[in-house]
Design a protein. Structure first.
Length: 311
């Protein structure tokens, strides 16, 4: 007669995760910006695109972005647990395990890429697959923990959604989506370095080599200013080059002036409450800057559509 030690038996873990936990894995705030920039890339693309295919394209890009977020959280669970900004995410709270999050992300990535490729076109599908790969493997696994240039190089992944959307609409690439890519690419460093300045302790505690941790706050402020100068120049350039109209050009000048003023403010104020306020204002305005800049392109499309009605 044998005696069974019930304490030695490992029973399958019953997941405590709810729908909201899985939605949080998708990084909905990041996804909303991805969807919006992709929508702009889709709308400004030439030719007619069937509404169902347009919706499918945006949905696949959104799901692909969410898949990237889930796999990112699975890999960075140890870092997230040490940072106050991320400690309430589902994995650090024990709601979802890293393997569950990784499996969830991989399934979403596979179906988003295959759906976009089969139903729309494989140029867009391949670009979406590359975007997910770049964010998860190149940025999350290779760059983020090893170089202070993680955001600079890794920013390419966040800049690709309008390119993917343009490819979905046209089956090819052109200068317009490249310009949109460059705007987001050069926007990313000042945006995230402003966040890193007032979250410096978080990144230092987690051992993430963000620029303020490695080079110091003053060097970071200088880099923010330099990248903002490049960003404003790149954002304005499509107007004189003839790719976008005057509405966009004027908006880019006004918004660029705001970015420059706030970046100079960050560079000037280096200590105390003024420094903290300056970095938070730049971070908040940078989100508005990108949204407003891309919204202007949508406005241009509307103006072009209604202009013939008024002769």
């Amino acid at each position: 007669m044998s005696v069974v030690d019930h304490h030695a038996i490992e029973f399958p873990r019953i997941s405590e995760a709810e729908v909201g936990d899985y939605l949080a894995l998708l990084k909905p705030r990041v996804m909303s910006l991805v969807v919006f920039t992709a929508l702009v890339g889709l709308v400004i693309a030439p030719g007619h695109f069937h509404p169902v295919l347009a919706f499918t394209s945006i949905l696949c890009i959104a799901v692909g972005a969410g898949a990237s977020g889930a796999m990112n959280m699975a890999y960075e669970a140890d870092i997230d647990a040490l940072m106050s900004r991320t400690a309430n995410r589902p994995i650090p709270r024990g709601r979802i395990t890293p393997p569950e999050a990784m499996a969830f992300g991989m399934v979403l990535a596979f179906f988003s890429v295959m759906t976009l490729g089969i139903l729309v076109n494989w140029v867009a599908g391949a670009l979406l697959a590359f975007t997910i790969f770049f964010y998860v493997v190149i940025y999350t696994m290779l760059l983020k923990r090893w170089t202070a240039q993680n955001i600079v190089i890794g920013g390419a992944a966040g800049a690709l959604p309008p390119v993917v959307a343009w490819a979905a609409a046209t089956g090819s690439l052109s200068m317009e989506p490249v310009l949109l890519f460059l705007i987001i690419f050069f926007w990313t460093p000042p945006h995230f370095w402003a966040l890193a300045l007032f979250r410096n302790d978080d990144y230092a505690r987690a051992g993430v080599p963000m620029l303020p941790v490695v080079a110091g706050p003053d060097a970071t402020r200088l880099q923010i200013l330099l990248y903002t100068i490049v960003l404003v120049a790149v954002a304005v350039a499509p107007w004189p080059l003839g790719y976008f109209d005057a509405i966009y050009g004027i908006a880019s000048l006004v918004l660029g002036a705001g970015m420059m003023a706030l970046s100079i403010n960050v560079y000037r104020h280096r200590e105390g409450k003024q420094a903290g306020r300056a970095t938070r204002r730049l971070f908040a305005f940078s989100i508005f800057y990108l949204f407003a800049l891309f919204a202007t392109l949508l406005l241009e499309v509307v103006v072009r559509a209604v202009a013939p009605l008024f002769g």
